[in-house]
Design a protein. Structure first.
Length: 137
């Protein structure tokens, strides 16, 4: 079944770009908000959550201080991925996390709700205030 691309933007004000980078690109940072534990072997990331749920993703692309792109194991070799990108508004210095993911047509709302929850956890962990609601790009 074909998946639809979803892009969500989460404004984070004047958050530190280097802290955000560590949070989205390192196993320790990802374990702070995305999963309970994250282990890495080469480009294979194993994400574990409460209740014993585990998923494997492969690091596909990374551009230092800009974005990290993963592909879930069950999507390996396809066009589907999820990406965490730091966007900086040069004039005012505000930053945002832009998340790109893919979902089957009947699961788009669930995927968006999941990312909203993840980003609420992210903001709480890093002491960031709610700015605007996430927007679909």
């Amino acid at each position: 079944m074909k998946k639809e691309k979803i892009t969500l933007e989460y404004p984070l004000g004047t958050a530190s770009q280097s802290i955000l980078w560590d949070a989205i690109s390192t196993p320790l940072g990802l374990a702070e908000w995305f999963a309970e534990t994250v282990s890495v072997e080469d480009n294979k990331y194993t994400f574990s959550w409460e209740g014993g749920t585990e998923q494997v993703a492969y690091l596909c692309k990374l551009r230092y201080n800009e974005y990290v792109r993963f592909q879930w194991e069950n999507d390996y070799g396809s066009e589907y991925y999820f990406e965490l990108r730091i966007a900086v508004q040069e004039l005012v210095g505000d930053v945002a996390i832009i998340i790109t993911d893919f979902a089957e047509e009947d699961e788009e709302e669930d995927v968006e709700l999941l990312w909203n929850k993840q980003m609420r956890d992210f903001k709480r962990k890093y002491g960031l205030q709610e700015h605007n609601s996430p927007s679909t790009v």
